[in-house]
Design a protein around this ligand. Structure first.
Ligand SMILES: [Zn+2]
Length: 268
């Protein structure tokens, strides 16, 4: 099945926030066996029920997590960008993923062999504890998505999705089709057309032949359902900058060096 295309028009090289939150020593342990990997648009990194062979820490691309199903019975229930990681079942000792992982924003990621990842988290509690905090955030977001899909209006859900995507793409401009948006939101195309037109009439977005530009972030935040703010609040509380800065005072030089490495797209 073709999902459509999604191409951030501009990207800002950055770092993976989970890795940046680790101490320099723990980061070296975890990345000791890593590869700088391209995330190619429309690439399926793993299908549901596949054995997990690699863990991905996105740097400047992002990945949709999609429930298994046929045709329209598929639904995106999560997005993983540089705030997270792909491969969380390993943190629970499970080596199979229940979801399909599809690249929706081309970019780069650190890729770690699953066996190395398991060895490191089993022998280094500080890394395991740090990543378990992300697991909590991830599960909270899945639960929020279930509520969102059941109770919230398409227009508000579309606004939420555009903001989530903007955060992960580091861009306010995307190329995306109605068909793809319909899959992401689990609604018919006509529903997406109506919601996108409403946002455009209010000058919150511009949508032309698949090119979306977010014109008014604050206005879109006011339009989005409460799920967007709840997700951000949970992330901030569990993994946010304030917490990281308190824990990692003095460690930032390592994070900055890592960011420089990433920007240079070098191998580790
Ligand atoms: Zn919602």
């Amino acid at each position: 099945m073709k999902y459509g295309t999604f191409v951030p028009i501009k990207r800002a090289p950055t770092e993976n926030l989970l890795l940046a939150a680790l101490s320099a020593e723990d980061r070296r342990r975890l990345l000791g066996d890593c590869v700088a990997s391209d995330l190619r648009l429309d690439e399926t990194l793993s299908y549901s029920d596949d054995r997990i062979r690699h863990v991905y820490f996105p740097i400047d691309g992002f990945i949709s997590l999609i429930t298994p199903g046929i045709g329209r019975a598929q639904l995106e229930i999560g997005l993983v960008g540089n705030e997270g990681m792909l491969g969380v079942p390993l943190l629970l000792g499970i080596n199979v993923s229940p979801l399909r992982a599809l690249v929706q924003g081309a970019g780069h990621a650190w890729r770690i062999d699953a066996a190395h990842f398991l060895r490191v988290i089993e022998s280094h509690a500080t890394i395991r504890v740090a990543l378990n905090r992300y697991l909590y955030v991830f599960l909270a977001q899945l639960m929020q998505t279930a509520t969102c899909t059941r109770f919230h209006l398409v227009e508000a859900r579309l606004a939420r999705w555009l903001l989530m995507t903007r955060d992960r793409a580091n861009s306010s401009q995307f190329h995306i089709t109605h068909e793809f948006l319909a899959y992401m939101l689990g609604v018919r195309r006509v529903g997406v057309t109506s919601a996108a037109s409403a946002l455009q009439r209010r000058n919150l977005i511009r949508y032309r032949r698949g090119d979306i530009a977010i014109l008014d972030v604050r206005g879109l935040e006011r339009t989005a359902c409460s799920c967007y703010a709840i997700d951000k609040k949970i992330y901030g509380r569990v993994l946010g900058k304030g917490r990281r800065s308190r824990q990692n005072a003095g460690r930032e030089s390592g994070a900055i060096r890592l960011a420089a490495q990433i920007a240079g797209a070098i191998s580790c």
